[in-house]
Design a protein around this ligand. Structure first.
Ligand code: FES
Ligand SMILES: [Fe+2]
Length: 337
């Protein structure tokens, strides 16, 4: 039989080892969304003269491509009665609502109402900074882009690439990226060996970068330059068989607490024969998709907490602080939800 004092002691022990309040990183949507360049869709999905609806943040946007070929991302709900402009028609470089034919220019300003010449000044859609690169259409969450579109260490103009969508993840976009500075998991989850974790990571307010060498059981030693943009994009720049092997993952928040992911594999267009180039693109993509697949079962089931960080988690701890300090906003909220 236990004495009353022993029972008391046991209770204290249980209380002490129980989980601490979660520090961590607030979920996307709390206090806004990170101010990043987010891909909203594949370029190949958006034909010239067509409009499409795409999930974005906690709502959706309209993506359309004018007759001049330029793609644009705007808030989707008409400022008349709220019809979804993705149901409308692209007229030249403008978009026209299907309901009563109000028309908007690429900056989101209404420029034509069939029933009046008095156009309300406030008949303006939310105008997302938009760009197209790497086979993706990107929108910046914010009024002005806070940094350049993601890129590789090679000169952009020399690169060929292939882009693919990957499955949605039920975690915020930074979660997969935190893997990049979680050096311990590289061994245990990905079977990658490395001599030492980098002593120096260059941190800025909107990204981080560092060189790293891994030893992959099938591909051998791989020297990589790793660069994180914002909180949602990572690029790995390295080489295989003397040819550049470049890969990118980009994640985008969509409703339901999901992250929609895309991968880009790239190499230099003059680095080999068409067959060699295709070979290196396929190998790069497979390597990168395999990394994501290795991570997926763990990522999809974790309940993130930042309970105990130890010595080997130093870079990871700094990454969590970077995420907590990263600017968030949601200027488009009233327009897209
Ligand atoms: S709802 Fe769009 S024109 Fe009336
Ligand atoms: Fe990983």
């Amino acid at each position: 039989m236990s004495s009353p004092s022993q029972i008391h002691t046991n209770r204290i022990q249980v209380t002490d080892s129980s989980p601490k309040p979660r520090r961590g990183v607030p979920p996307q949507g709390e206090g806004g969304f990170d101010e990043c360049w987010f891909p909203v869709g594949l370029s190949s999905e958006v034909e010239t003269g067509k409009a499409f609806s795409r999930a974005f943040l906690d709502g959706r946007v309209v993506v359309f491509r004018g007759e001049d070929g330029e793609a644009k991302v705007l808030s989707p709900f008409c400022r008349h009665l709220g019809a979804d402009l993705a149901m409308g028609e692209v007229v030249g470089n403008d978009i026209r609502c299907a309901f009563h034919h109000w028309k908007y220019d690429r900056g989101g300003q209404c420029n034509h109402i069939p029933s009046t010449t008095r156009i309300p000044k406030t008949a303006q859609l939310f105008n997302f900074p938009t760009a197209e690169k790497w086979g993706l259409i990107w929108a910046f969450n914010g009024m002005e882009p806070g940094y350049d579109l993601p890129y590789f260490q090679e000169q952009d103009q020399d690169l060929i690439f292939q882009t693919a969508a990957v499955a949605d993840h039920p975690v915020d976009h930074w979660s997969l990226l935190s893997n990049s500075v979680d050096f311990q998991h590289l061994r245990f989850v990905h079977g990658l060996d490395f001599d030492a974790a980098p002593d120096e990571i260059n941190w800025s307010k909107t990204g981080l970068e560092y060189p790293m060498a891994f030893i992959d059981p099938t591909m051998g030693r791989m020297d990589q330059y790793i660069k994180v943009f914002g909180t949602n994009v990572i690029t790995l720049s390295g080489s295989v068989g003397g040819m550049p092997s470049l890969s990118m993952y980009a994640g985008t928040p969509v409703p339901g607490g999901l992250t929609r992911g895309y991968t880009v594999a790239a190499t230099r267009g003059d680095a080999g024969s068409p067959e060699q180039l295709q070979g290196v693109l396929d190998m790069t993509q497979q390597f990168f998709v395999k990394l994501i697949e290795d991570d997926t079962p763990i990522q999809n089931s974790l309940r993130f907490r930042e309970d105990h960080l130890v010595e080997g988690d130093q870079a990871l701890g700094r990454f969590f602080a970077y995420l907590r300090n990263y600017p968030r906003s949601h200027h488009s909220q009233a327009f897209i939800t």
